[in-house]
Design a protein around this ligand. Structure first.
Ligand code: 9G3
Length: 567
């Protein structure tokens, strides 16, 4: 492709509202442009990278015996009413009415559509297992779109759905797709981890997220410093025993804590360690209130709380709500003689001896509080976030945190949708059974941004050869110089003939501008036709290392081919 024929509007300045590298560079290098908040156009270079990622996804999905189809983005409300999700999703689900005033959703995901399709077309166990996938635009009206393609409101997802007549069959396909996902992200050159994730509202049990390690990731991964254990921090279970001190139980007493509100202040004033404090937080769980207790040095894990109570929604109660429900300010909350709400506690609380907690009276705390003697807990459970330094749940090593960008997510759904939507098959005994399902997503446009996030330097993008928009960037230092222009045009034709993907900067621009744009766009190899054109000698520069070699035009194709294999 000649640059005089395409559209690569590089910018001199970094756009002000772009906060992260990938967002800045994809805009600056002319790969994409924003249309609206969280809504982007892929310009020609961006589209080519997207295409490369999609092709890798297709190859790996087809290699795992999945079959591609294409479902509509316009989804009838009736389907979402059947699954119940029409009522449980809020403003994030984009809804519209057609000319006959019929209601539709713009597809945020396709469990309902695919289940209704398979329900109608598959009746016998002989047709199972069946794994279908699509690569398609999704719509989710994010409250705070940000970081460019990393959190958009319209994005490209590969979503796959598998249907089974047994759990073993689901496990088999899950494993195959798990491997396919690892292949996809490895081939994209990404440094990723598969982490145990929380299935959340998706129902099924087993689920993993594929996380690209990045400081700007929104998710926190808890991983072992010695084994390959890795889990989303929301999910990581605590597997440690809490030792209870052998000191004698003391008389509970109420003390004035005039100006101490926070855990820090109370601990400092009463000279107790955080491990000896009991923190009480009031949560609104669906339509009831629950008092949750954790040790002073721990934090409540709302996802574990939600899963324990099998709740639809879990929200920390506001200060006003707390005042209304327990008639005391948040800073003085405690479990002693609380009867208005349920009390659940993290296991660590059970081992507190002669602890401190709020006295449910402003400016007062209790000391020498002992669970079981001074207050009751309806249920002890693992309700806290894992911390760095905690023992790894798999028993080897200790936990370290890292930030991650979720680029893939695989779920074992079970029969959550097939039962809700009556997607059944006749088993070998002619008995009607609900299909067992799995679902598997890759954020394709998000993957493009994740690669840009991991592959850049002070001069711009540095694409891995596998997914670069083109393999070669051909530049003539001076297109007005007859010899240079002629050699450049000849090489352009020759290398295209050799099936290289080549971008030819044939613009009448100053060399400095061309070289700066070339570094910014980040193609793997640059061929410069310059003053040695008359000797048939060109320069080849590796973008990643900056290494430059002079090559005679007669060896150019062979040299380029071997260089592309090794970068
Ligand atoms: C919605 C909206 C947002 C959503 C969903 C539904 C996330 C929703 C979870 C999934 C699960 C899997 C198939 C591919 C892999 C992921 N955000 N999820 O279901 F209506 Cl507005 O999408 N779906």
């Amino acid at each position: 492709m000649k640059q005089s024929m395409t559209l690569i509007p590089t910018l001199r300045e970094i756009p002000a509202d772009a906060e992260v590298k990938s967002h800045q560079l994809l805009l600056k290098a002319g790969f994409m442009r924003q249309n609206a908040s969280g809504v982007y156009s892929f310009l020609p270079l961006g589209k080519r990278v997207l295409q490369k990622v999609e092709n890798i996804v297709r190859e790996e999905m087809d290699g795992a015996d999945a079959v591609e189809l294409l479902m509509p983005a316009l989804q009838q409300a009736e389907l979402w009413q059947e699954s119940g999700r029409w009522y449980t999703y809020g403003p994030e689900l984009m809804r519209l009415r057609d000319r006959n005033d019929r209601e539709f959703a713009l597809g945020a995901t396709h469990e309902e559509v695919i289940t209704s399709l398979v329900r109608d077309e598959v009746k016998s166990y002989k047709k199972l297992p069946l794994t279908l996938y699509q690569i398609q635009t999704k719509f989710r009206d994010e409250k705070r779109p940000r970081f460019g393609l990393l959190r958009g409101r319209e994005f490209i997802m590969k979503d796959a759905y598998s249907f089974h007549s047994s759990k073993e069959s689901l496990d088999e396909v899950y494993k195959k797709l798990f491997q396919a996902y690892s292949n996809v992200f490895s081939r994209c050159g990404l440094n990723f981890r598969a982490v145990i994730a929380d299935s959340g509202a998706m129902g099924g049990k087993d689920t993993h997220e594929f996380m690209v390690l990045s400081d700007i990731g929104e998710d926190t991964i808890a991983y072992s410093d010695t084994s390959n254990y890795a889990a989303n921090i929301e999910m990581a279970p605590i597997v440690m025993e809490y030792k209870r001190s052998s000191e004698a139980l003391k008389e509970m007493d109420k003390v004035k804590t005039e100006n101490q509100k926070t855990i820090e202040e109370v601990a400092g004033f009463l000279e107790v360690s955080h491990e000896n404090l009991i923190k009480s937080l009031l949560f609104k769980v669906d339509d009831q209130y629950v008092l949750v207790l954790v040790r002073g040095d721990h934090e409540v894990n709302d996802v574990k709380l939600k899963n324990l109570l099998e709740a639809g929604s879990v929200e920390l109660a506001s200060a006003e709500e707390t005042k209304t429900v327990l008639s005391c300010p948040v800073g003085s909350l405690g479990p002693v003689s609380v009867t208005e709400v349920r009390i659940v506690a993290d296991h660590a609380v059970e081992a507190v001896v002669n602890g401190v907690c709020g006295a449910n009276e402003e400016h007062y705390h209790f000391i020498n509080v002992n669970p079981g003697r001074d207050f009751n807990v309806e249920q002890y459970a693992d309700l806290r976030f894992i911390k760095e330094g905690d023992p790894s749940p798999d028993g080897s090593g200790t936990i370290v945190f890292a930030k991650g960008i979720e680029v893939g997510h695989v779920f074992k759904l079970g029969t959550r949708y097939s039962e809700a939507m009556n997607a059944t098959y006749l088993d070998e005994n002619g008995k009607s059974q609900p299909m067992i399902m799995g679902c598997y997503g890759i954020g394709v446009s998000r993957t493009v941004a994740a690669v840009a996030e991991q592959y850049n330097d002070e001069n711009g993008l540095v694409w891995p050869a596998n997914i670069a928009p083109y393999q070669l960037h051909l530049i003539a230092v001076n297109m007005k110089d007859e010899t240079q222009a002629q050699l450049a045009n000849e090489l352009y034709k020759e290398l295209q003939g050799e099936r290289f993907e080549i971008l030819f900067d044939d613009r009448q621009e100053r060399p400095g501008v061309k070289f700066a744009d070339s570094d910014l766009i980040g193609l793997p190899l640059r061929i410069t036709v310059g003053k040695k054109a008359s000797e048939g000698i060109v320069e080849v520069k590796v973008r990643k290392t900056g290494e430059v070699t002079e090559v005679n035009r007669s060896e150019l194709a062979g040299t380029l081919a071997s260089m592309l294999k090794s970068i």
